[in-house]
Design a protein around this ligand. Structure first.
Ligand SMILES: Nc1nc2c(ncn2[C@@H]2O[C@H](COP(=O)(O)OP(=O)(O)O)[C@@H](O)[C@H]2O)c(=O)[nH]1
Ligand SMILES: [Mg+2]
Length: 182
């Protein structure tokens, strides 16, 4: 089944967490070549296919600078999915997400899937945030949790697969969503 209307998805997190790298790598990943896709700076569209279903994701990177908060509100005010990304080698990047959660709870009322991503898992020797700390943060905020390295194609693609599965599950249970694209 193809869900052609598209779901808006925002990547949120401190500067240098890996947001641009995630977006760029996902758009260029192997599985993308045969799929409909489009990419420009900070934005990409890609079909995600799983179990005979296809859903289209419109993926936006948010701006890390808090002074540009109004731009981010344009991006996530009608988002269906939020990817909260931190860097496992910087504890400040997980703490920083608490502010984003407050902000998006107020300004993104239509969210149906949220995922917490602990990125740079390949830098184990520099780790500052334990896996268990990430897991607890995700549980406390009712999010899916994954640790990834965006340089590892499979773990990177899992982020979008989990989001697609979560969105589809909610839609099948009667959740409504309509993206207003910028
Ligand atoms: N080792 C490692 N470096 C990463 C990873 N993801 C991103 N980076 C690096 O972290 C830096 C910041 O990434 P960027 O995508 O620009 O972060 P943004 O500010 O959140 O968009 C860049 O030098 C990336 O190459 C990762 O999973 N592992
Ligand atoms: Mg960036």
């Amino acid at each position: 089944m193809i869900f052609a209307n598209g779901f808006k998805c925002a990547i949120i997190g401190e500067g240098h967490a890996g947001k641009s790298t995630l977006l760029g790598r996902f758009m260029e990943s192997e599985s993308n070549r045969e799929k409909n896709s489009f990419q420009c700076l900070g934005f990409g569209v890609k079909d995600v296919c799983f179990g005979g279903n296809t859903i289209q994701l419109f993926i936006y990177e948010t701006v890390s600078d808090v002074n540009l908060r109004h731009i981010n509100r344009l991006v996530y005010s009608d988002a269906a999915a939020l990817i909260f990304m931190y860097d496992i080698t910087r504890s400040s990047s997980l703490k920083d997400l608490s502010n984003w959660i407050i902000e998006t709870t107020m300004y993104a009322p239509g969210v149906i899937a949220s995922i917490l991503v602990g990125n740079k898992a390949d830098l184990e020797s520099e780790r500052q945030v334990l896996y268990e700390e990430g897991q607890k943060f995700a549980n406390d905020h009712q999010m899916i949790f994954l640790e990834t390295s965006v340089f590892n194609e499979k773990s990177m693609e899992n982020i979008f697969k989990f989001i697609a599965i979560e969105i589809l599950g909610k839609i099948r249970n009667g959740q409504e969503y309509q993206a207003k694209l910028l």
